[in-house]
Write a protein that binds this ligand. Structure first.
Ligand SMILES: [Fe+2]
Length: 141
């Protein structure tokens, strides 16, 4: 699992790239949290910050997909909604500090980093004129 943003992850969109870099930075920060040095309140506010940042990022990305008439926009929006839903579920549940930390780590890596690498990069691949293969279409989820 790459933990640093690389030039090959670029969507050639200044603001989206900047936000992806920030999301990688946040994911790394979350990964490095030491269990004993963070309070539950700090962890909850970090989770909320991450959540708000992702929502803002998703709207920008969706507006961009619309502007280039990306054909998989509807499927991609569903993926964004799934991430939002699972995060708001965690925020609503009363979780222990360990569970909260675990969910935050899982979300930041499994969902976010995988999402950027597997699905966001398809947007750029399409924009550059490469056809999306049927295999890509099937693996969108
Ligand atoms: Fe996305």
């Amino acid at each position: 699992m790459p933990s640093q943003w690389k030039e090959s992850f670029s969507l050639n969109h200044e603001k989206i790239d900047a936000q992806h870099k920030e999301l990688f930075r946040l994911a790394n920060f979350i990964e490095g949290i030491d269990d004993r040095s963070i309070t539950k309140l700090e962890l909850a506010s970090l989770f909320k910050e991450f959540f708000d940042y992702m929502k803002e990022h998703f709207s920008l990305e969706e507006a961009y997909m619309e502007s280039i008439e990306y054909p998989l926009i509807e499927q991609h929006k569903v993926l964004h909604q799934d991430i939002i839903d699972s995060m708001s579920k965690v925020l609503k549940e009363k979780k222990s500090i360990e569970q909260l930390q675990q969910s935050l780590k899982e979300t930041s890596h499994k969902w976010l980093v995988d999402h950027i690498l597997n699905n966001d990069l398809k947007i750029e691949k399409w924009r550059k004129g490469n056809l999306i293969s049927s295999e890509d279409m099937l693996s969108i989820q």
